[in-house]
Unconditional design. Structure first.
Length: 440
């Protein structure tokens, strides 16, 4: 029988990155086997159901017909394996390679039985030097196994779209012949391709995430200063963004970044740098500012409700960003911890993330957006579109994400901008004139 598939690929680790990579390559005409240690997840995928909420992934999974298994032996029926295991943080911020180690060990065992060449591609985010020092040694006696590093730049919520239309493809290669195979796999993707060595490819991923995180802490700092000076940081950011060297994206000031990537990756890069004896001052401050930023909401809240004990405080938004049910490193976590510590009663609403959040905070009340708005005060933590359609007119709102209609609240205070409680305060005429000029 003629094999109609272009290549046979296996993907190890079926989280957002792995599953998107598996489905994406399957849609491109490759035969894909997905391997994961979680039998429940594997069963769902095998039935064509996505175990995670990710836009478009469920439908694409049904179309793609990928195979899913827990059995590593299945890898023998592929020629290229993508390692997509999670790389969480240790307590000190350094990278925890436990899942990578487990998967690599099993992969190496299986590949001992393989008679034909095999390419192992590290797609997980691993600190520079990991592939050379911690992955390659497992394959050193296997002459026909090659190694590449191929970092992903997928955002949660648009992961499949980002896979299909990448901004760039980075190929770190142990030898050019292995990089050639990976290049071939990406032959019908239209974007710049960069070929380099393994540790440079690893660093490109960290440098990209660390830069974006820095941009966010930077604009939040400008926002904090602007708030003190009665300046709207969103107008400042709009004007800054027209400079191509700065760019307009990632300048939405607020309560900082969460998610499974930025906080963990910046911390891991800091730890890796410190191992070399270098103290990365900027990156440490990026993280520190990000830790403090959500707590600014409480300072602002106390301006309006000085004693929080016994008061009911509502939260709109629990996900780390809109359009996901992921609550990892959500800014809602430190905010709720602080509120509970101060003796406030907390109620919260999120369109998708309540079940996940409930696992972390079973003691708070989960309710509707309307109920949240009936609290003594409401904090906006995630900028879901639907929050722009709520009636805030009877509420005291501290807005951490700049939701336009919250400005209509009885009192609205922005975390890095004024809100409406300073309405009537005169702005200097020359400042008003310059703001009008930049308005489009
Ligand atoms: C991030 C990167 O954007 C991806 O390129 C990368 O591939 C991914 O990490 C990863 O390493 O796998 P993601 O964590 O999905 O993607 O989320 P982002 O959309 O980047 O948002 C991160 C955080 O920054 C969110 O909490 C969001 O609310 C916040 N943010 C983003 C702002 O506060 N302001 C902005 O202007 C943009």
């Amino acid at each position: 029988m003629v094999d109609l598939y272009k290549n046979k690929i296996s993907v190890i680790g079926l989280g957002v990155v792995g599953l998107t990579t598996a489905v994406g390559f399957a849609l491109k005409g490759h035969r894909v086997i997905g391997i994961d240690i979680d039998p429940e997840k594997v069963m769902k995928i095998a039935q064509g159901m996505s175990p995670i909420y990710e836009k478009g992934l469920g439908e694409a999974l049904k179309k793609s017909r990928i195979h899913a298994a827990i059995d590593f032996e299945q890898i023998l029926d592929s020629d290229i394996s993508f390692l997509c295991c999670g790389t969480p943080s240790n307590g000190d911020g350094s990278i925890d390679l436990r899942y990578m180690k487990g998967a690599t060990e099993q992969l190496a065992e299986v590949l001992k039985k393989k008679k034909t060449p095999h390419l192992v591609v590290v797609r997980s985010t691993v600190v520079p030097g990991t592939t050379e020092d911690r992955i390659i040694p497992y394959f050193k006696d296997l002459a026909e196994v090659g190694i590449c590093v191929n970092p992903e730049f997928l955002r949660e919520g648009t992961a499949l779209e980002d896979f299909m239309s990448p901004s760039r493809i980075v190929i770190g290669e142990s030898e050019p012949r292995w990089g050639d195979i990976l290049l071939d796999l990406y032959d019908d993707f239209v974007c710049p391709v960069l070929r380099t060595n393994l540790r440079t490819a690893e660093m490109i991923k960290y440098a990209s995430n660390a830069f974006l995180a820095t941009k966010l802490s930077f604009i939040n700092e400008i926002g904090n200063i602007s708030k003190k000076l009665g300046i709207d940081v969103y107008e400042v950011a709009t004007a800054m963004g027209y400079d191509k060297r700065i760019g307009s994206e990632f300048l939405r000031a607020g309560i900082g970044f969460g998610g499974s990537c930025f906080p963990k990756d910046v911390a891991a890069l800091v730890a890796r740098a410190e191992e070399t004896g270098y103290i990365p001052k900027i990156l440490k401050e990026v993280l520190q500012l990000n830790r403090e930023q959500p707590l600014r909401m409480l300072e602002l809240l106390r301006k309006h409700i000085p004693e929080l004990r016994g008061k009911t405080i509502g939260l709109l938004g629990l996900a780390f960003k809109p359009d996901t049910d992921d609550v990892r490193e959500s800014r809602a976590i430190p905010i709720i911890e602080a509120l509970v510590k101060e003796g406030a009663k907390v109620r919260a609403y999120d369109p998708w993330a309540m079940p996940n959040f409930q696992k972390l905070f079973p003691q708070i009340e989960y309710t509707s957006a309307q109920e949240v708005l009936a609290s003594d005060a409401t904090l906006i933590v995630t900028e879901w579109d639907e929050f722009n359609c709520l009636d805030y007119s009877n509420s005291i709102v501290i807005d951490g994400r700049r939701v336009d209609s919250a400005q209509k609240a009885r009192i609205c205070e922005g975390v890095c901008w004024e809100g409406n409680n300073n309405v009537g305060k005169e702005k200097p005429a020359d400042l008003m004139a310059s703001l009008d000029r930049i308005r489009i």
